[in-house]
Write a protein that binds this ligand. Structure first.
Ligand code: ATP
Length: 429
C-alpha cells in the first residue's frame, strides 16, 4: 500500500492520508457521471444521512472508529450507501452500546463483530482485523490488527478506503482515489482472486452496478484465475451466495452478463431482451424477480446445479416451472384453453412463457383471468347430492370454463344449475 494522494513515489506500506495531500491536489474531487464530490465533504455527506448522523454522534469522543468499504466509495461517488460498515480499532462494544441506545445489539465475540439495529438504521461493526488463508478458496483465518491492515485484506482499491470519524482523515489503498475517479476496479495484490475466488463475482457485480471497468492487470489476473480453475476451490454454496447477490442487484442482468464475460458461469446465457420482457409481465408486488431472471438466464435447466448452489426446493420448483412453461402463441385462444395451460403455474413461469412467446395471453391471464372465480363451492355440489371425488372437481372446473368464456349468466343460481347439468360421459347428478 502506498500513500495514494502522493502517488506511488511515497513508497510501500503506507496508506493515503488526507492530511498530507500536496498543494496542487488540495481540493481533489471525484468525478463520475457528472457528479463532482469534494473529498473534504465526506463527513458532511455522512451527517446528511439520518443513520450517518447517529453514527457520528455515537462515535463522538471514541478513537479509532472508521466508516469503511462501500459506504465510503458510494459517498464519494455521490451515491446513497446501501449500508454503513464500521471498523473499530479495538473492540466494538462501546460503540455498539452507544449506537443501540435503549435497543439491543448482538455481538459475535468470536468474530469481533456486532450488528446494531435501531429504528430504520442498521450498522455492521467489526473490530479491525487482518486475514490469512490456509489454502485458496478457504474461509480466512483472522487476527486483530490496525485499520491499515484491515484495508489491505479487502477486495478492490475503491472498497479499501476508511474515513476516521474522529479526525475526518481518509485513508485508502494505493490507487483508491484515482481508480474511483477513473471508474476502475483493481485488486490489491496478485493472489487476490486465487485466495478468494468469490472476489471474481464481486468485481462482476461492481462492474455492473457502478459501470466500472476492470483495470488491465486485474482483468489479466481474473482471466488467469478462471483459466486456472480458481472457482473450483470455492464451495458451491459460496458461489450460490454470490449468484444470489448478483440476482439482487438493481440491474441483475448486467451483473450476470459481467459474470459470463469473466467466464464465471458457463451455465448462464443471459438474454437481456427476454429477461426484461418477462420482468415487465411479472405482476407488481408478486413473484420473485430474482428467480425469473435466473430462469430466463440459464443456458439449460439443471436442477442438480441449483441444488448444489443451495437454492431451496421451493425456489427450484419455480425455476423448473419456468423451464417447463408452455409456449404461448398470439392466436386468439379461448380463455378456458388458456386457463388449462396456465392454471397452477407460478406467476414467474407465466411471465417467462409470455416473454418467450406472446405476451398478450400471459398478461390477460395474470391481470384478469386467473382472478375469475365461482360463487359456488364443492360444499354446494355435495349438498346437491354430488359425491366427493374427481367428478365434483371436474364439474366445478367445467363451470369455471363457462364463466371464463362468458358462456354463463351471472350469479350463484346459474352456476349451480350448470354444475348439476347432466354431462356427456359423466355420471348423473
Ligand atoms: P455493497 O453493500 O454496496 O454491495 P460493499 O462494498 O459494502 O458493497 P459488502 O459485501 O457489504 O460490500 O462488504 C463490505 C466491504 O468488505 C467491502 O467494501 C470490501 O471492502 C470488504 N469485503 C467484503 N467481501 C470481501 C471479500 N470477499 N474479499 C475482500 N474484501 C471483502
Amino acid at each position: 500500500m502506498v500513500d495514494t494522494a502522493q502517488g506511488a513515489a511515497a513508497g510501500h506500506g503506507r496508506m493515503s492520508d488526507r492530511g498530507r495531500v500536496p498543494s496542487d491536489r488540495a481540493s481533489p474531487a471525484i468525478r463520475r457521471d457528472r457528479e463532482t464530490v469534494a473529498m473534504d465533504d465526506l463527513p458532511e455527506r455522512l451527517r446528511a444521512l439520518p443513520c450517518g448522523r447517529r453514527l457520528l454522534e455515537a462515535a463522538a469522543g471514541l478513537a479509532g472508529v472508521h466508516l469503511v468499504g462501500g459506504a465510503v466509495r458510494d459517498l464519494l461517488l455521490g451515491r446513497e450507501p446501501r449500508e454503513l460498515d464500521v471498523v473499530v480499532e479495538g473492540d466494538v462494544d462501546a460503540l455498539a452500546a452507544r449506537l443501540s441506545g435503549d435497543g439491543t445489539y448482538v455481538v459475535h465475540e468470536r468474530f469481533g463483530t456486532a450488528t446494531v439495529r435501531r429504528g430504520e438504521c442498521c450498522w455492521d461493526l467489526a473490530a479491525a482485523r487482518g486475514e490469512t488463508y490456509a489454502r485458496p478458496g478457504a474461509l480466512p483465518d483472522v487476527f486483530a490488527a490496525g485499520i491499515e491492515q484491515d484495508l489491505e485484506r479487502r477486495d478492490v482499491s475503491v472498497n479499501a478506503m476508511a474515513l476516521d470519524l474522529a479526525t475526518g482523515r481518509l485513508r485508502g489503498a494505493e490507487y483508491a482515489e484515482e481508480d474511483l475517479r477513473a471508474g476502475r476496479l483493481r485488486v490489491l495484490h496478485d493472489a487476490s482472486f486465487r485466495e478468494d475466488p468469490t472476489r471474481l463475482w464481486r468485481v462482476a457485480r461492481y462492474a455492473a452496478r457502478l459501470g466500472f471497468d476492470l483495470e488491465e492487470h486485474t482483468a489479466a489476473l481474473a482471466a488467469k484465475a478462471v483459466a486456472g480453475g480458481a472457482l473450483g476451490s470455492a464451495s458451491a454454496p459460496r458461489i450460490g451466495n454470490e449468484l444470489r447477490l448478483a440476482l439482487a442487484e438493481p440491474d441483475p442482468i448486467a451483473a450476470l452478463e459481467a459474470a459470463v464475460a469473466l467466464g464465471l458461469a458457463p451455465w448462464l446465457a443471459p438474454d437481456r431482451a427476454l429477461a426484461e420482457r418477462a420482468i415487465t409481465l411479472l405482476p407488481s408486488g408478486e413473484g420473485r424477480r430474482d428467480l425469473l431472471v435466473l430462469a430466463a438466464s440459464l443456458a439449460t435447466h439443471d436442477d442438480a446445479l441449483l441444488a448444489d448452489l443451495e437454492f431451496t426446493a421451493a425456489e427450484r420448483a419455480v425455476v423448473r416451472a419456468c423451464a417447463q412453461a408452455p409456449a404461448l402463441e398470439d392466436v386468439q385462444r379461448a380463455p378456458s384453453q388458456l386457463a388449462r395451460a396456465l392454471r397452477g403455474l407460478p406467476v414467474e413461469a407465466v411471465a417467462l412463457a409470455g416473454a418467450c412467446g406472446a405476451p398478450a395471453p400471459a398478461r390477460r391471464w395474470l391481470d384478469e383471468l386467473r382472478h375469475v372465480g365461482l360463487q359456488i363451492t364443492g360444499d354446494d355440489l355435495r349438498a346437491a347430492g354430488i359425491a366427493e371425488g374427481p367428478e365434483l372437481g371436474s364439474r366445478l372446473r367445467a363451470v369455471l370454463d363457462q364463466r371464463l368464456d362468458g358462456a354463463l349468466a351471472e350469479g350463484r343460481d346459474a352456476e349451480l344449475q350448470a354444475a348439476l347439468q347432466k354431462r356427456p360421459g359423466a355420471s348423473p347428478a
